[in-house]
Design a protein around this ligand. Structure first.
Ligand code: NAP
Length: 294
């Protein structure tokens, strides 16, 4: 069997097109463009590049983005004061604090300072709590996990009743993805670094989500024939032949897994593009909610 390749780039492109069209309809109706504020503390090169990518994506769909770049040694009170000011700014519909914050800053306190109506990353403890509770709806769902769900849905696979295995339990990816799968009535097993007999557990999965951060960690013979494999991992591995001296690979050994799986996401071009597309979608949703409230 050779797996169907789930084209995250094309699906993300379609979502970005839909957001751009909706932003343009809003403008024609005299509504202001949605506004996103990005808050970056320090000069972590990966974070700088992620924030730039998000701002560029905003411009492309007509979302206004304002960037706030604070020094590495910014005090907690200064960061929180900025977030409180942004909460009160009607031109800002969504606030994104780029993680990780430099050590010395309290991430939970910072995320809690964001108004839940502007929490487009879905990391506010109230939104996370609602995601975990039955019959409660978070205002926003974290972008990478919601991108994973869209990719799964696009394969047409039945999620309800399926056996899902999520490898990784981070606040950012693993745990919210597992919660979303449970909400869709999958039977979910969450695995992590202390899990015993991981390959055996993975072999039971109809749906497998890998969010580990270890290159090609999941081998082809761990995968149940026909399973849907969503590889969230983005890992740099040395490659002398590549322009930058490295290339990106996922947490799953793609070449092995594609011989067994029913469908699989590539890295790059799978989950990565979906994360930004879902961020744009969440920012538009925040603007629409603000318009209704007016
Ligand atoms: P993280 O916070 O480091 O979490 C990694 C998880 O993997 C942890 O729960 C850890 O378990 C588990 N783990 C580590 N070693 C393991 C092992 N040997 N066996 C089983 N589980 C193991 O990472 P993250 O933020 O969730 O990100 C995971 C990957 O996704 C990274 O490659 C990251 O770059 C990528 N990512 C991609 C996107 C995207 O847009 N595509 C977005 C975010 C992240 P413990 O909890 O026990 O430590």
């Amino acid at each position: 069997m050779t797996a169907e390749i789930i084209d995250g780039k094309a699906i993300a492109e379609q979502i970005r097109g839909e957001v751009a069209a909706q932003v343009s309809r809003r403008r024609q109706a005299g509504e202001p463009p949605p506004g996103l504020a990005t808050v970056l503390v320090g000069d972590n090169p990966a974070s700088l590049s992620y924030v730039r990518g998000k701002q560029k994506a905003c411009r492309e769909v007509g979302i206004d983005s304002q960037g706030f770049h604070l020094a590495e040694d910014t005090r907690q009170e200064v960061l929180e004061k900025l977030l409180i000011d942004l909460n009160a700014d009607p031109k800002v519909n969504g606030i994104l604090v780029q993680l990780p914050l430099p050590s010395g800053l309290d991430e939970e306190k910072a995320l809690t300072a964001i108004s839940i109506e502007k929490d487009i990353d879905g990391f506010h403890p109230v939104n996370v709590g609602r995601l975990a509770m039955k019959r409660r709806d978070p205002m926003f769902v974290p972008c990478t996990p919601s991108g994973v769900m869209v990719l799964l849905q696009k394969t047409g696979v039945k999620i309800s009743g399926a056996r899902a295995v999520v490898i990784g339990r981070s606040n950012l990816v693993g745990m919210p993805t597992a919660l979303l799968l449970v909400r869709e009535n999958a039977t979910v097993t969450i695995c992590h670094s202390r899990t015993e007999n991981l390959p055996e557990i993975v072999r039971q999965a109809d749906l497998l989500v890998a969010a580990i951060g270890k290159p090609k960690f999941v081998r082809g013979d761990w995968i149940k024939p026909g399973a849907i494999v969503i590889d969230v991992g983005i890992n740099r591995v040395e490659d002398a032949g590549a322009k930058n001296g490295y290339r990106l690979v996922g947490d799953v050994d793609f070449e092995e897994a594609r011989q067994v799986a029913g469908a699989i996401t590539p890295v790059p071009g799978g989950v990565g593009p979906m994360t930004i597309a879902m961020l744009l979608k969440n920012t538009l949703k925040a603007a629409e909610m603000a318009s209704i409230k007016k």
